[in-house]
Design a protein around this ligand. Structure first.
Ligand code: GLA
Length: 406
């Protein structure tokens, strides 16, 4: 029955949704920093400027992290003309001045709103003010909007209708503004997000700072629960429109607020590496949430691994699929624009290391291949038949596998 309804539903969406995504906006997944998981409401212009400076001084900007996004709780209210304004204590110089500062560092500026009357944290949302807010954001110089779904009606049609209207208003004033839909995957936005003009859409509830929550709901979503929800979604991602399994928890070490909900006490370095490797394979948005002003060496090394970032940013824009699974062992593969593959060997076992073997024919290779370990930056040699790796508990080894020309 569900399948029967899908085709008419998609035709209807295509008819009513008149703002299509353009592959030029966000031709590769967005990379940047977002304020929510660690700072929540403790945001102000001093912090934003320091984060902008840190993006540059730590080499994060050079590695590709270009968006600086203010999540919920930046708002002050609406004035008598309905214009939204920022909290004047937190942002005394105003948003335009802040966006100018961020731009002066060669970065882009993002902001958060909601498709209903209120945001998730109870601030003014954009419902009824779509055109006005679009104009305000454009005047401020906003490059990226994250638009949440709290307080909105639960049905699919309202979601499609409201996002279509808001994105149209935004594109009319600033055609290249990125629009991130955030309805947590509840109404399968991968089926309609592109048609309504979205550039990315959340596929999950909020990511928590833990390997596995063994439970999946609005308060529980570990790295493994988030990963499982990406299976089968690979066909919906591509240049200009991405599945978003939510923020990177790398480097939080249990210090986040909502990210540490219900026992999510942080991850080991191996687990943070696994999130990075998997999110790069998934062509996921890479939105860092830790305090990049004080990163430890491991956090910086994980976030700025250029060989992995190249996998994430590959211009073919393919999202990895899970090509093999046996118990707790999995293989994820992403095709790259030069004909090679990035392959993740994941061991979900809580204690033991495991040997995981890949038959290279599964990737379509008939001749011997070259394999390179992207975490170690090391060529592993030529392989024909199978590649066998010892993978530690909660580790994800990532190889780049290409045809051997010799
Ligand atoms: C929701 C979103 C989060 C964050 C908060 C802000 O939970 O999913 O990513 O934006 O709202 O209140």
């Amino acid at each position: 029955m569900k399948g029967l309804l899908l085709i008419p539903t998609l035709c209807f969406i295509a008819l009513i949704a008149n703002s299509q995504t353009s592959p030029e906006v966000l031709s590769t997944p967005p990379m940047g920093w977002i304020s929510w998981n660690l700072f929540e409401g403790n945001i102000n212009e001093k912090l934003v400027k320091e984060i902008a400076d840190a993006l540059v001084s730590t080499g994060m900007k050079e590695a590709g992290y270009e968006y600086l996004i203010l999540d919920d709780l930046w708002h002050g209210g609406r004035d008598e003309n309905g214009n939204v304004y920022p909290d004047r204590e937190k942002f005394p110089s105003g948003m335009k001045a802040l966006a100018d500062y961020v731009h002066s560092k060669g970065l882009k500026f993002g902001i958060y709103t909601d498709i209903a009357e209120y945001t998730c944290a109870g601030m003014p949302g954009s419902f009824g003010y779509e055109e006005q807010d679009a104009r305000t954001y454009a005047e401020w110089g906003v490059d990226y909007i994250k638009c949440d779904y709290c307080h909105a009606p639960q049905d699919l049609w309202t979601a499609i209708d409201r996002y279509t209207k808001f994105i149209k208003a935004i594109r009319e004033v600033k055609p290249d503004m990125v629009f991130a839909i955030c309805e947590w995957g509840q109404r399968a936005p991968w089926l309609w997000g592109k048609e309504v003009g979205g550039n990315l859409w959340r596929t999950t509830w909020d990511m928590r700072d833990t390997w596995e929550h063994h439970k999946y709901d609005s308060g529980h979503n570990g790295i493994m629960e988030g990963l499982d929800r990406q299976v089968g979604l690979e066909r919906f991602a591509g240049p200009g429109h991405w599945n978003d399994p939510d923020m990177l928890v790398i480097g939080l070490h249990g210090k986040g607020k909502s990210a540490s909900n219900d026992g999510a006490a942080g991850c080991t370095v191996t687990e943070y590496e696994a999130q990075m490797g998997l999110w790069c394979l998934l062509a996921a948005p890479l939105l860092v949430t830790c305090d990049i002003r004080n990163m430890d060496e491991d956090t910086k090394r994980i976030l700025t691994n250029t060989e992995l970032l190249q996998v994430n940013q590959d211009k073919l824009g393919k999202q990895a699929g899970r090509i093999w699974k046996e118990g707790v062992s999995e293989i994820w593969a992403k095709e790259l624009s030069d004909g090679s593959f990035a392959v993740g060997f994941l061991n979900r076992d809580d204690e033991k290391s495991r040997e995981i073997s890949l038959d290279i024919k599964m990737l379509g290779f008939e001749k011997p291949v070259l394999a390179r370990n992207l975490w170690k930056h090391k060529d592993l040699g030529v392989f024909s038949g199978t590649i066998k790796l010892e993978v530690a508990s909660h580790e994800c080894k990532v190889l780049r596998i290409s045809e051997d020309d010799n």
